[in-house]
Ligand binder design. Structure first.
Ligand SMILES: [Zn+2]
Length: 92
């Protein structure tokens, strides 16, 4: 765990170590995109195959969005709501 201390109000909160390393990027900056699949001209792709790809894309989106939201929450002071205004150190 990593402890973060708010520079604004002095409140502190704990986040998992992986959150301290994570740098959330834009939610749109991900590899897989439906248009690139649709535009590939792959006529061999059946309706079922296409359906699977779309379902898979939605599933990845949901997971990534959830992760993104969680990381956003950890950046924010729970008390005063300021974002990225903290120092952090490894908790014992
Ligand atoms: Zn604060």
């Amino acid at each position: 765990m990593v402890e973060r201390t708010c520079l604004q109000c002095g409140d502190h909160w704990a986040v998992p170590a992986r959150a301290a390393r994570a740098r959330p990027r834009s939610r749109w900056g991900r590899g897989f995109s439906v248009p690139s699949v649709l535009g590939s001209g792959n006529a061999a792709l059946s309706d079922a195959g296409m359906h699977y790809l779309l379902e898979e894309a939605h599933r990845r989106d949901a997971t990534a969005d959830q992760e993104f939201e969680t990381l956003q929450q950890w950046r924010k002071c729970p008390k005063c709501g300021s974002i990225d205004r903290y120092t952090q150190r490894r908790a014992p």
